[in-house]
Design a protein. Structure first.
Length: 420
């Protein structure tokens, strides 16, 4: 059986798995030694400083129930909090590295089960392992270090009860996967995938009287509010949505839809920028800025949501904004440009792979369709954040790697036919 039906067959061959995993494990072991010498890099990830404060507050708070229900969805910080309290940041890193190594193996197994040969499946796994996000996130206090392996595990287990539970666990970390089970369209899978979230929301209702995922400064309402503010930056001040004070920066879905209907051009431009970032930006900055910290004087400024590179692109245009960064840090722009060029090729191969496999009319066509659909789903859900960054693509990168290898194989077969 296949990924969609949930059977676990065609595992990666032991010899092939060892050849792929051994050097990658050695690489992360070397990175772990680097982590020991540079402990501050652990907190260079997105929202890491905020998350560590929540973790420390949890350890110091005497009312665990009240704290748990007042800090948003629990997976955003609780798994890492428990690990941190048990063994500090190096236990968090170690567990995330192990999860990432397993996820690389799962990518290989998924690719084999979809009909790719051992060498091609190994290539997809290595490609995924060497992407900037896969390399860096396990070594940071970032939700992706746990969230992405759970998403991959869900695909590895397929549309079974266990696969649904894996996705449900991922949804408790980042709710963006909450609607995906309905695209898989398997009753058992849907039930088990939604169960963890519904149990948590029921718990919230009993504890607070509010049937919700939990309020935080990064929930859907906040994202929609700040997305509206970003879109309206080109409007005269008297036509912009009124600014709200701290604790009130939330917008309902109805308010957001009404704003988009009233300003479709602004909304389309903002969405186009999001898609451009997700399609082109490789994430190499995670290595250059966050992990190696090569430009410490520029990192915080460039990543600031109000005045950083994304805000500058929106306010001044891409050419002017990037030229200003180039004047100050030419090495950063060169590395980013090289990463972007390679990523454009990578994305083109993934599109080619999706097209060739879906139209191939094989027994695996539906599974390839789901893989491609998940990429589109992740791109679409990124439209709910205030401004998309390359890290928002991370959950779909394993699928892109499998599709890219399939695209390379399709182009090579076509080239061989022309030679004959």
């Amino acid at each position: 059986m296949t990924t969609a039906t949930g059977a676990i067959r065609s595992p990666a061959l032991p010899g092939g798995a060892v050849r792929v995993m051994a050097p990658l494990a050695a690489l992360h072991a070397a990175m772990f030694l680097y982590d020991l010498g540079h402990p501050e890099r652990f907190l260079n990830g997105d929202r890491a400083l905020e998350r560590i404060e929540v973790i420390k507050g949890f350890s110091e708070n005497t009312d665990s129930l009240q704290y748990l229900t007042s800090h948003g969805i629990p997976g955003d910080w609780l798994p890492q909090a428990l690990l941190y309290l048990a063994g500090g940041q190096y236990l968090v890193i170690a567990v995330q590295v192990v999860l990432t190594l397993f996820s690389i193996l799962w990518v290989m197994q998924i690719a084999q089960r979809l009909g790719l040969g051992e060498r091609a499946a190994g290539a997809a796994a290595v490609l995924y392992a060497l992407l900037p996000h896969t390399l860096v996130f396990p070594h940071e206090l970032a939700t992706e270090g746990i969230f992405c392996p759970l998403v991959i595990l869900a695909f590895r287990l397929g549309a079974s009860a266990s696969g649904g539970l894996a996705l449900g666990a991922a949804t408790l970390i980042r709710p963006l996967t909450a609607l995906w089970p309905f695209f898989v369209f398997r009753k058992t899978y849907i039930a088990f995938a939604l169960a963890p979230l519904l149990l948590w929301m029921s718990f919230m209702y009993l504890a607070t009287g509010e049937f919700s995922m939990g309020r935080s400064g990064h929930d859907l309402g906040n994202n929609l509010y700040f997305r509206m503010q970003r879109m309206s930056s080109e409007l005269p001040k008297d036509q912009r949505p009124p600014e709200r004070g701290p604790g009130q920066t939330k917008a309902t879905v109805g308010e957001y839809v009404a704003f988009v209907a009233a300003h479709p051009v602004l909304a389309a431009k903002h969405s186009a920028r999001d898609v451009g970032v997700l399609t082109v930006k490789s994430g190499i900055e995670r290595i250059v800025l966050d992990y190696l910290d090569l430009y410490p004087e520029s990192r915080k400024e460039l990543q600031n949501s109000d005045s950083g590179w994304r805000a500058q692109v929106e306010q001044r245009g891409a050419v002017a904004a990037l030229w200003e960064v180039f004047r100050q840090q030419p090495g950063l722009i060169v590395s980013s440009a090289l990463g972007a060029a390679l990523f454009v090729v990578f994305m083109a191969l993934a599109v080619c792979g999706a097209w060739s496999r879906i139209r191939g009319r094989t027994i695996y066509s539906r599974e390839w369709l789901l893989l491609a659909a998940f990429v589109v789903y992740i791109f679409a859900t990124a439209q709910a954040v205030d401004a998309a960054h390359s890290r928002h693509r991370a959950p779909a990168e394993f699928a892109l790697c499998i599709l890219a290898v399939a695209g390379w194989l399709a182009l090579r077969r076509r080239g061989e036919k022309h030679v004959r």
